[in-house]
Design a protein around this ligand. Structure first.
Ligand code: FAD
Length: 310
């Protein structure tokens, strides 16, 4: 079995998801890692434990999903398993590659049981199914938050590869980023999320202030995003980001199934809600019952008094 993992990286930095999916994939054996990007990212990736070698495909500009799928198609004669994170790049590339190779991808895997059996959530995370694959080529996306990051090792060899990068039908014209110095929502240790009950965009700054006091990432429910109180990329849940922080604080969030689907990996959940019977309060480890407009400023004040900012 020969295994290739596609590294996730952004703005010249290796994504934290890569060490997690390498750790998950190591259940199948040692892996080669493909970095379609800068050499510096490849050098960093070489120290992820479980990586046998890093193949680096340097390109003048970021490759589109369409181009990456064609690159990987050209490597299917050498690899029987190709893995990517169930994140922006992997979700774009793996289905395209599957179509090119006429195989069925197995996506969003949370556990690898054996070389041909994989566990993945269904029904918005309310059930887990085990999938057996009898295909000659196995294409997988792994949910990074389901796996602990691999450790570090002395660097594996890094080998530049030269492959034709075919022109794509679609071209990347521009990237529009929301800049900020907050931790990345998908991999943050602490997440403070707000619901529609904050009442306005200005009201949502209360959530952001609590996150700042804790050095946390900010999340939101879909209802808060739809109301225009929070940007789209803060949405947590079935149709948003899947997160697995050590501490998740849900402020004025009811805990609808579609939201819970995104926080199942959270280790400790604190719910702040005026309704003790809200579904989030039922599954939370800690509940603060009361008005968020009173409790959150109190919490921020207490954190500041104790100098608890991490
Ligand atoms: C196909 C589909 C996909 C979806 N995907 C997602 C998804 O990815 N993520 C997601 O979040 N949702 C998703 N939803 C929407 C989801 O069903 C809920 O509508 C949404 O999560 C509810 O958001 P909320 O908790 O902010 O609002 P509500 O459900 O209205 O809850 C508000 C909560 O705030 C509390 N509250 C009110 N005032 C205060 C106060 N002053 N102080 C303290 N607490 C207060 C209330 O008691 C209540 O519990 C999806 C829905 C569908 C149909």
């Amino acid at each position: 079995m020969s295994i290739l993992v596609l590294a996730e990286h952004d703005q010249g930095k290796l994504s934290a998801a890569t060490a997690r999916i390498v750790a998950g994939t190591n259940a199948l054996g040692p892996v080669d890692l493909l970095v379609a990007g800068p050499r510096a990212v490849a050098d960093d990736a070489a120290s992820i434990e479980g990586v046998s070698r890093v193949l680096v495909l340097e390109a003048d500009q970021a490759l589109t999903g369409e181009q990456l799928a064609l690159v990987l198609k050209g490597m299917t004669d050498r690899y029987t398993v190709i893995v990517a994170a169930a994140a922006a790049t992997g979700r774009d590339v793996i289905p395209r590659l599957a179509a090119l190779c006429d195989v069925m991808p197995i996506t969003d895997i949370v556990e690898i049981l054996s070389t041909d059996r994989f566990v993945r959530p269904i029904y918005a995370g309310n059930a887990l199914e085990t999938v057996r694959s009898a295909q000659k080529l196995t294409l997988l996306t792994l949910r990074a938050s389901a796996f602990s990051p691999a450790g570090r090792q002395s660097p594996a060899p890094v080998e530049p590869i030269a492959l034709d990068i075919l022109p794509a039908v679609a071209n990347l014209l521009a990237e529009h980023r929301t800049d900020g110095d907050r931790p990345d929502l998908s991999t943050a240790r602490i997440v403070v999320a707000g619901g529609v009950s904050v009442g306005s965009r200005e009201g949502f700054t209360l959530i952001e202030n609590l996150a700042t006091a804790l050095g946390a990432a900010v999340g939101a429910t879909r209802a808060a995003v739809d109301a225009g109180y929070a940007p789209n990329d803060w949405q947590v849940g079935q149709t948003g980001k899947i997160i697995a922080p050590d501490l998740y604080i849900g402020v004025g969030i009811s805990g609808a199934l579609q939201h819970l689907a995104g926080i199942q990996g959270a280790k400790t959940i604190l719910a702040i809600n005026s309704d003790p019977d809200a579904p989030l309060c039922k599954i939370a480890d800690l509940v603060l019952v009361g008005d968020l407009f009173e409790l959150v400023p109190e919490l921020i004040g207490e954190l500041e008094r104790r100098g608890l900012k991490r």
